[in-house]
Design a protein around this ligand. Structure first.
Ligand SMILES: [Zn+2]
Length: 347
């Protein structure tokens, strides 16, 4: 119990592991002595019930989590001690980074909560390509942050760039606000996005360090137009740079190197998914969000000759057919070293 007194306010990963070892030890002893498993869970719940994890300005009581776990394991009578300890270990590993302070997966009402950062090029790309998935993330308790790199100021036949840029940032914010997503913009002019720009790179480093995502969604490196491709390159480079503590330290505390998921390319071309997300229950909300980008509904019709709302529904239907549901979104994971995980992060 001395470990309990050790931690006030927030506690480090090392301290957290000590507490876990203590609990696992109690659990092992109880099992050796053939006590019912419920006793072990009660001990853990009591120990952790006295702890509060601080995350930012929020406090989380972990007692709820362990009670939920106890109910779960009691309902699965074949769960062995090694299995239980492996789950505890997995739980512990989720708290082992970020400068020793727990701010990765946090507990809320017995659920894990991820921070997902979607970095798209134009203010409507998120809705077209991954809004359904982000809605499901939000539904499961994730924090959803959407960053637009470009301001979309060239996307109209008549409205001039300065006016349009401000208009489109507003459209994106209204769409995000309507479902509880946080929105941020790097405010780069259309057709000026460049992976060679240190200024743009560092803006994205700053966003990643500020929000400390558990995973990132962005454009594929082989999408249909230059600005999208440049965003993909910027995110790939910046998300690594963000993890290096001595790189521009004034931009914030170092972040973890996280998995990156590439959302659909325009027209579903050159992007066979490696993962699908069922968005059947969210397709109408996704399209409603897209329709809030009023300036773009006319622009995409004028410039590309298509109905973006109809196309977006059709593309989701195609992905749905491929994975056996009504509507879906597809993703490819960026398959490079240090960015893979054993966990399914997408909902
Ligand atoms: Zn775009």
């Amino acid at each position: 119990m001395k470990f309990v007194r050790l931690v006030k306010g927030h506690f480090t990963a090392f301290e957290y592991k000590l507490v876990f070892i203590c609990c696992a030890y109690h659990l092992a002893l109880i099992n050796i002595n053939h006590f019912p498993k419920i006793m072990a869970f009660t001990v853990i719940a009591e120990v952790f019930g006295k702890l509060h994890i601080k995350n930012g300005d929020k406090l989380f009581n972990v007692e709820y989590f362990f009670k939920a776990q106890a109910c779960k394991f009691i309902s699965h009578k074949n769960t062995s001690l090694p299995e239980f300890i492996s789950i505890i270990a997995d739980f512990t590993l989720n708290f082992n980074s970020r400068n020793g302070i727990i701010n990765s997966e946090i507990l809320k009402g017995g659920k894990f909560m991820y921070t997902v950062l979607a970095i798209s090029c134009h203010p409507d790309d998120m809705e077209i390509n991954c809004a359904g998935t982000l809605l499901r993330c939000k539904e499961r308790g994730d924090r959803v942050v959407v960053c637009h790199v470009a301001n979309g100021n060239m996307g109209h036949m008549e409205i001039m760039p300065e006016e349009l840029g401000a208009m489109r940032i507003g459209e994106a914010k209204r769409s995000g606000d309507s479902v509880g997503f946080e929105t941020v913009t790097c405010d780069v002019g259309d057709l000026l996005v460049s992976a060679a720009s240190k200024e743009q790179h560092d803006k994205i480093v700053e966003v990643i360090r500020k929000y400390q995502p558990d995973f990132i969604i962005t454009h594929g490196p082989d999408d249909y137009m230059g600005d999208h491709v440049e965003v993909s390159k910027l995110v790939f480079a910046a998300s690594f740079a963000a993890s290096v503590p001595h790189y521009e330290p004034q931009l914030g505390d170092a972040a973890a190197v996280t998995p990156i998921f590439y959302m659909e390319n325009s027209g579903l071309l050159n992007c066979d998914p490696t993962e699908y997300v069922d968005i059947t229950d969210h397709i109408e909300t996704k399209l409603k969000m897209l329709s809030m980008h009023e300036s773009q509904i006319t622009w995409l019709g004028d410039h590309d000759g298509n109905d973006v709302l109809e196309n977006t529904r059709m593309f989701a239907r195609v992905r749905g057919i491929q994975c056996g549901v009504k509507y879906a979104e597809g993703f490819r994971q960026c398959n490079v070293d240090h960015r893979n995980t054993t966990k399914r992060l997408l909902p």
